[in-house]
Design a binder for this molecule. Structure first.
Ligand SMILES: Nc1nc2c(ncn2[C@@H]2O[C@H](COP(=O)(O)OP(=O)(O)O)[C@@H](O)[C@H]2O)c(=O)[nH]1
Ligand SMILES: [Mg+2]
Length: 288
């Protein structure tokens, strides 16, 4: 992930979300109280974000729940925040929140701890996993699972467009090096994870990894807390425009892993885990 060290802080850094135009006058709420809040970490995403927000909003509008989208932007140097403001007509509340700490992990944590929704999830700005997968995640949350993890590696998952070979190689090394944190979780790195909000607050309150390896710490902490956790298969396609720089970000990830190995060795794994074949990915797998 691109986790800039020196970019200027976002104007609304760590403030309450800026309501999109049309959200009405008066002070901004701390967060939208609704059934589901979806957090999108975004760094320099003026190109990829708008179609993602529109696709998610269209899908969420058709679901039998109330939902909101929150973009967390830490210091984009392009027009990411302005682009969100133009999406008010999507029919779902869309807010943009700043974050003083750099990195995807920091941005996701910012969205998770601030939520007032019943359930909260995050997905990438490039919508590598289609919006329809939200249905499966919500079905599992309704079943009572506290942590629901989109996975490219459990039965029924499909990857129509794979990552470049170098990323796949790095991913294999990452999985080998991180078994003791991931335990039974087959795919820690897919950017499509959902939580019962109280569980998210407990987990993310202590997450200190701000970069690409943050998912791993999230899973390790969820396991240590004894939260119920399930993986479900998703359809995932690599998208153009990745901000991940294999050498610079790869080195940073290695540093994060080293720190996790040193700091988290005492966390007891108390996970309640179940690999679940969710209906829509199964159907997509059968169709494809
Ligand atoms: N807020 C924030 N988001 C980031 C940062 N780095 C990456 N992201 C977001 O993380 C998501 C995944 O990034 P992407 O470049 O698609 O990485 P890839 O899919 O792993 O190749 C996207 O929504 C990015 O905008 C960051 O430093 N800050
Ligand atoms: Mg991507």
């Amino acid at each position: 992930m691109n986790s800039p060290q020196t970019a200027a802080p976002a104007p609304n850094e760590d403030s309450a979300p800026v309501p999109s135009p049309g959200a009405g006058p008066g002070p901004a709420p701390v967060a939208t109280a609704c059934d589901l809040e979806l957090v999108i970490p975004a760094y320099n995403e003026e190109q990829r974000l708008a179609p993602t927000v529109l696709a998610l909003a269209e899908h969420l509008r058709g679901m039998p729940l109330t939902a909101a989208l929150r973009v967390v932007d830490n210091g984009s140097s392009d027009r990411t925040a302005e682009c969100v403001d133009r999406l008010a007509a999507s029919g779902i509340p869309v807010t943009v929140t700043g974050c003083s700490r750099r990195g995807k992990g920091a941005a996701v944590a910012r969205g998770m701890v601030g939520t007032r929704a019943r359930w909260v999830g995050f997905c990438d700005a490039d919508l590598a996993t289609p919006a329809t997968a939200v249905d499966d995640a919500v079905a599992l949350l309704r079943d009572g699972w506290q942590v629901v993890i989109g996975s490219r590696r459990c039965t029924g998952a499909r990857i129509p467009v794979r990552q470049p070979a170098l990323r796949r190689l790095g991913g294999a090394g990452f999985r080998l090096a991180t078994r003791r944190f991931s335990g039974p979780v087959k795919d820690t790195q897919c950017g499509f994870k959902f939580f019962e909000a109280g569980a998210a607050r407990r987990v993310f309150a202590d997450v200190t990894t701000t970069g690409f390896a943050f998912d791993l710490e999230v899973i390790a902490r969820a396991r240590a807390l004894g939260l119920s956790l399930t993986e479900f298969p998703v359809v995932w396609s690599d998208q153009e425009g990745s901000s991940f720089r294999p050498f610079a970000d790869g080195r940073r990830v290695a540093g994060e892993l080293w720190r996790l190995h040193r700091t988290m060795h005492r966390l007891p794994p108390r996970v309640v885990h179940h690999a679940h074949a969710a209906p829509s990915a199964r159907a997509a797998g059968e169709a494809g």
